[in-house]
Write a protein that binds this ligand. Structure first.
Ligand SMILES: Nc1ncnc2c1ncn2[C@@H]1O[C@H](COP(=O)(O)OP(=O)(O)O)[C@@H](O)[C@H]1O
Ligand SMILES: O=C(CO)[C@@H](O)[C@@H](O)COP(=O)(O)O
Length: 555
């Protein structure tokens, strides 16, 4: 192993946080550790029926400490002393209300059990009404403050979530001094900052979810917020205007955290960004290639040289922001609100009666029941995929719409619902699963079509994330539906690896993120090519999908 060039990448996903300790000279992963959020796992503070998804800050703090310590234990004290930087990515928009000291309210005794004082996870759609109001309100202004977020503000995003919370919780309203994205709060925590004024925001979260733009000198003016709802009065001033790219440092590790983790206080802490953005870097994104992070949801990332984007605005996506993925390039983000989550929903449906029967049954022991549960949790999607892949294809097969968690892009509308069509008594679970898989791939194609219609060529597809790695079946359907090859990245941990590449840049090991990507990238493991026999049939089914989608949207 080379001496002295170690960094840590921390990736906060929806269910878990993972840290990787990486040799920055070549990208080799020296240690890795995963921590599943314990409170989240129990379903605490969430109400899926109302699309309320909250995460307790302690899940994040405990996971940070435990995963980094576990990585350091794996490599030993000598290497721990050679760690030079840590960078962090998180889901988003996942904001939290903080007090003047920058402490999330749920970390104070009064708010410890209050879901409104916790992080409002990206997939929480309780702010539908507020998002609609923001969209209507924006029409009143000469400046189009929504132009860099695809023209539509989403209930998944910062200001909609803040406004809704201030409306429904008087105690949080009184105690909240400011609001912070998860990806900006972890660097604040690690650097030991003590006041909101010291908070360094990343351009990624500010630009994609909070309407920050160079052209507006930051966030929209005070008048925009005050006239939207006086509850927002003055908040803009308490949300710092200065934003930085993730290649910059937020500071160095505080003495408290250095001692807790067993690291030095000269370890640099990078500016945070979203998981998919750092994941695109970990997955070696190239200009005009769509990097598809396919997990619970999808985030579809594209970079284009900023100079080539002058005057180009892509409608209906989740934003285009200079430097949000790679400094010097315009970062464009789109995505689907449910991808793997659609398969997880179907699995949950099938499991429901089994769970009830198993719970009441005396036929097997509690230990055997637990083993059985583990087995079917692992096997259901795999078995369905195998059976679905073996089914013959017909244009009249069962058809589905993938909007089970609303539609993120093109044209955000979180109120839309999913659907199945064309069922009969011959329809079985594999046929419905096949329809769902095809629907998620059709939803993906709509995004590619939107980029192309708006003048942004898509020259290649890169597949990252859990589904890309786990499902050859779904990736083959994707290649067939898109009529384009898709390359799957070698790494299982592209987000954490991307964070490590940013950390290597922040540490000064590389002058640019592109240099870090070149030296530390793991390359590609598989490539799926379209099966020309299926392309025309999928094209015909895609037309049906669009017609059915339009019907749902208009009724
Ligand atoms: N064998 C499989 N085939 C297809 N999808 C799968 C399979 N196993 C798990 N999934 C899906 O993968 C998703 C999780 O993806 P992952 O990238 O691991 O997580 P996250 O999005 O939280 O980072 C889940 O929604 C699950 O339904
Ligand atoms: O929306 C974004 C980023 O903009 C993601 O953080 C969000 O979709 C969560 O992604 P995961 O599928 O949980 O990794």
């Amino acid at each position: 192993m080379s001496q002295g060039k170690y960094v840590i990448g921390v990736d906060y996903g929806t269910d878990s946080v993972r840290s990787v300790l990486v040799d920055a000279s070549n990208g080799a992963i020296a240690a890795t550790s995963v921590f599943y959020y314990p409170r989240w796992k129990k379903g605490l503070y969430c109400n899926p029926g109302q699309n309320q998804f909250r995460q307790h800050p302690l899940d994040y703090v405990e996971g940070l400490e435990q995963t980094i310590k576990a990585c350091l234990e794996q490599v030993g004290a000598n290497i721990a002393q050679q760690v030079k930087a840590i960078s962090i990515d998180t889901t988003g928009s996942t904001p939290v209300a903080v007090n003047e000291q920058g402490v999330p309210l749920a970390l104070t005794p009064e708010f410890a059990e209050n879901p409104h004082a916790m992080f409002i996870l990206w997939k929480d759609h309780t702010a539908l009404k507020e998002a609609a109001e923001i969209n209507k309100h924006a029409e009143k202004f000469d400046d189009n403050y929504l132009k860099y977020v695809g023209g539509i503000y989403s209930s998944e995003w910062f200001w909609a979530k803040i406004l809704r919370t201030l409306r429904v919780d008087e105690s949080v309203k009184k105690a909240a001094f400011s609001w912070v994205e998860h990806c900006d709060w972890i660097p604040f925590l690690l650097t030991g900052a003590q006041h909101v004024s010291e908070l360094k925001r990343g351009v990624c979260a500010a630009g994609h979810k909070a309407l920050w733009a160079e052209e507006f000198n930051g966030f929209p003016p005070e008048d925009f917020f005050n006239s939207l709802d006086p509850l927002l009065k003055g908040l803009r001033e308490r949300v710092s205007q200065e934003v930085l790219p993730a290649s910059e440092a937020a500071g160095t590790l505080s003495a408290e955290w250095a001692q807790k983790l067993g690291l030095n206080t000269d370890v640099k802490i990078g500016i945070g960004a979203f998981d998919a953005h750092m994941g695109a870097v970990g997955g070696q994104i190239e200009p005009y290639h769509l990097s598809k992070v396919m997990g619970t949801s999808t985030c579809d990332m594209l970079v284009a040289p900023s100079a080539e984007m002058t005057g180009k605005l892509v409608k209906g996506i989740c934003g285009q922001v200079n430097g949000s993925i790679i400094p010097g390039m315009s970062g464009l983000e789109a995505g689907q609100s449910a991808f793997g989550d659609a398969y997880a929903w179907f699995q949950k449906m099938l499991k429901w009666p089994l769970e009830q029967i198993l719970a009441d049954s005396n036929a097997i022991s509690e230990e055997q029941k637990e083993k059985l549960r583990e087995e079917y949790n692992e096997q259901i999607i795999i078995k369905l995929s195998k059976a679905a892949a073996a089914l013959p294809l017909d244009v009249k097969d069962e058809l589905a719409i993938d909007w089970l968690n609303g539609r993120r892009t093109p044209d955000a509308n979180q109120e839309l619902k999913g659907a199945f069509w064309g069922l009969d008594l011959g329809t079985d679970a594999p046929a419905m699963f096949k329809a769902l898989v095809e629907a998620t791939c059709f939803g993906a194609k709509k995004i590619v079509d939107r980029f192309i219609e708006q003048g942004i060529p898509v020259k290649g597809l890169i597949g990252l994330g859990g589904v890309a790695k786990k499902s050859a079946y779904i990736m083959q359907v994707m290649a067939d539906v898109m009529n384009m090859p898709i390359r799957i990245h070698q790494s299982d941990q592209t987000c954490a690896l991307g964070a490590a590449m940013f950390a290597a840049t922040v540490a000064g090991f590389y002058p640019t993120v592109e240099n870090a990507m070149e030296a530390m990238g793991h390359g590609f493991s598989d490539e799926y090519f379209p099966n020309q026999e299926n392309v025309a049939l999928y094209q015909a089914r895609y037309e049906k999908y669009k017609a059915m989608g339009a019907f749902i949207e208009n009724n």
